[in-house]
Design a protein around this ligand. Sequence first.
Ligand code: ADP
Ligand code: MG
Length: 242
Amino acid sequence: MAQTNGKEPIIEIKDVVKSFPLGNSEVTILKGISFAVKPGEFLSIVGPSGNGKSTLLNMVTGIDRPSSGEIMVTGKPVHKMSEDQLAGWRGQNLGIIFQFFQMLPALSLLQNVILPMDLAGKYSSRERRERAMHLLEIVGLADQANKLPSMVSGGQQQRAAIARALANDPPIIIADEPTGNLDSRNSQDIFELFNQVVGQGKTMLMVTHDKELAKRVPRVVEILDGRITRDEYVGRPNWAGY
Ligand code: ADP
Ligand code: MG
């Protein structure tokens, strides 16, 4: 179970149940999930497809709400916040990375990275541009900055998406199958970037199917049939075989 590093949790999931309507009845996808994440942890959530991993991440980001239970993130009750409150809070506190990159196709990589800063109004416009270039340098894309997403590879798009997730310097990075659409070489690069991000003190919550990556993440939480079946700090989970 959870080790402590002496800090208060930055993410607390308490007795979360999530059901969806199914015909005249309903199906319960998450049946009472509880765990806490301390600042600076790198946690991977694993489990077979359809077990509610994305649903759980969507409740941490406030995109979806639990049927019951509580989700506290950066001390805020995300399950109770209004859409307006969520939008402002999310922009400052979360960087979100998706399997299919979700870069805006009409904007260059640079403009994609600047956009969250424009929305949050966090830096001056000159700083936004400099900061975006710096982030693209960190992810190895300085020479691709003015290209459209369609002009670069999937691995490069995902690296740009990481730069975008870091744009507002959020304390938490959330990634849902970030290497699900990449080959092993590119997955490796993405994982190295995540390690750097965690090395800077950020908290990383990642859903992954990639067994090789999950083995190297310091903490693994496994969800099976709606419940947590494993929560270990070993970095080498004993895989159930999916
Ligand atoms: P995972 O990410 O582990 O593959 P998901 O969280 O995407 O799983 O989905 C878990 C289950 O919940 C799936 O069976 C999916 O069909 C169902 N589900 C997810 N979102 C909805 C929704 N909005 N309405 C109905 N069912 C949903
Ligand atoms: Mg999913």
